[in-house]
Design a protein around this ligand. Structure first.
Ligand code: PA5
Length: 447
């Protein structure tokens, strides 16, 4: 299983502080299992993996095949939880370079609808010009501006390039069963569509069609991903003893650190393929915990790259941080450092070693240096980057997040603060229905 090692936080918080959280952690797990905590109408993700409908997996695979056979490129339009999960998994499992270009076997997966950049959208539409592309329009609410705007452009382009009939075949909607513009459009146009369950919030939706369809289109085994999550579901259930439950350990460790003044958690990887896993994790924890003036600030770095940019701050800056390192045990490929007769670069001391051995020593050396510098270190070890282990990791983080939120004393499943910018943006853009807000905001700007 995925292992979690909290031994290198014990110089900063005593074991007794972690142990003291055991009752509240247990209570939080029971709240998630029994649906008795805050936000209990959004805990459908808790047993989603173990209850996965085989028919749904078959439908997703069938739809994925239609897009795989008819598209060179598939654009996933979505923002937040509607794209980060699939992007995290696809990037973790893909060859680092074949996603940049089209490979022969799998369609290239691109992402849109997660920004409002004119340049991004222009360049994307230019790139798609001579390519056979399809679109997955993902929005639980069906009304998110960023996604709707990108989808409007992509739908038009797809219809113009490929004709209405083919477009209908290669555009898929993943949205609410009844509500929202994305549902209205899908029903009117006759798109294939999937439903995002009512009781699963965006950032917990990677194991619904939101994540599974793009991942299947990219050529990965979604059943193994779900199996990994289902096994972790068992491992993190209330029946597992506290010290053997990785999600409980993680939640307790980070809350103990938070209470001791460590307000920032940095998720660290030593594999660039995990960059988007960190982006997914940041949304998961940031949106779930950052409320009521509370919450650990989730940050991330890619090492060793960022040791040459953020390393100084982490080693010697304000001591308000702790690190959680995702360590990948076994890499996918084998490459040795070659010997060189002239040894001009002085690297012959590494000759014959695996590149990964150098990386692992960088990892260990960094961990020790940061602990010496006053940065507590949690280490999560994942055996390798495969569907199954990524499934375990995803679920471990989801469960850890639900538990942590309850330990912190917030509702981890809402995001009331996200509305504030939208209200101002709509008022500034004169959206119908926002007349009062428009007047108020214009008066405020003029002052
Ligand atoms: O976790 C969440 O609920 C959010 O981050 C949403 O995923 C995000 O705002 C996108 O919303 P929607 O899927 O409704 O377009």
């Amino acid at each position: 299983m995925i292992k979690i090692d909290c031994s290198r936080i014990l110089d900063f918080v005593p074991q007794s502080d972690i142990k003291a959280l055991e009752p509240v952690v247990k209570e939080s797990i029971l709240k998630l299992e029994n649906g008795t905590g805050a936000g209990n109408d959004f805990i459908g993700w808790v047993d989603l993996a173990s209850k996965m409908d085989k028919g749904l997996i078959a439908d997703i695979r069938e739809t994925a095949q239609v897009l795989r056979s008819n598209c060179e490129v598939v654009v996933v339009a979505g923002i937040g939880g509607s794209y980060l999960g699939s992007r995290a998994v696809i990037e973790a499992l893909s060859n680092s370079f074949t996603q940049l270009i089209q490979d022969k076997k799998n369609p290239q997966i691109l992402f849109a609808g997660h920004n409002i950049s004119e340049d991004y959208l222009y360049e994307l539409t230019q790139y798609l010009k001579d390519r056979k592309f399809g679109v997955i329009n993902i929005s639980k609410s069906g009304t998110t501006t960023e996604t709707a705007l990108a989808f409007r452009l992509l739908k038009k382009q797809c219809e113009q390039q490929r004709g209405k009939d083919v477009a209908r075949k290669v555009i898929v909607a993943i949205t609410d069963a009844k509500r929202g513009a994305a549902r209205v459009c899908a029903d009117k146009e006759g798109y294939r569509s999937f439903i995002i369950p009512d009781n699963v919030g965006g950032r917990f939706s990677v194991l619904t069609p939101v994540g599974l369809l793009p991942i299947a289109i990219a050529g990965f085994d979604i059943e193994k991903l779900v199996q990994g999550a289902a096994d972790m579901e068992k491992m993190t259930a209330s029946s597992t003893p506290f010290d053997q439950n990785p999600a409980a350990q993680y939640a307790a460790a980070r809350n103990a650190l938070y209470r001791s003044g460590k307000k920032i958690e940095i998720l660290v990887n030593f594999q660039p393929k995990l960059h988007y896993l960190s982006e997914w994790w940041k949304q998961l924890y940031g949106e779930s915990e950052g409320k009521e003036n509370k919450g650990i600030f989730p940050a991330s770095v890619d090492f060793s790259t960022d040791l040459h940019s953020m390393g100084q701050w982490i080693q010697e800056g304000e001591r308000s941080i702790f690190e959680t390192v995702i360590s990948v045990d076994k890499v996918q490929h084998s490459m040795l450092v070659p010997a060189d007769e002239e040894n001009l670069d002085g690297l012959n001391f590494l000759a014959g070693k695996h590149v990964d051995e150098v990386n692992k020593m960088a990892e260990l050396g960094t961990q020790l240096a940061h602990v010496d510098g006053g940065v507590p270190n949690i280490r999560i070890t994942i055996p390798e980057l495969s569907e199954y282990w990524i499934g375990q990791l995803i679920y471990m983080f989801e469960k850890g997040c639900g538990i942590s939120g309850y330990v912190l004393g917030v509702n981890p499943f809402n995001q009331p603060g996200v509305e504030a910018y939208k209200k101002n943006m709509f008022a500034l853009l004169n959206k119908p229905g926002y007349e009062e807000e428009s007047k108020a905001i214009l008066a405020r700007i003029k002052k």
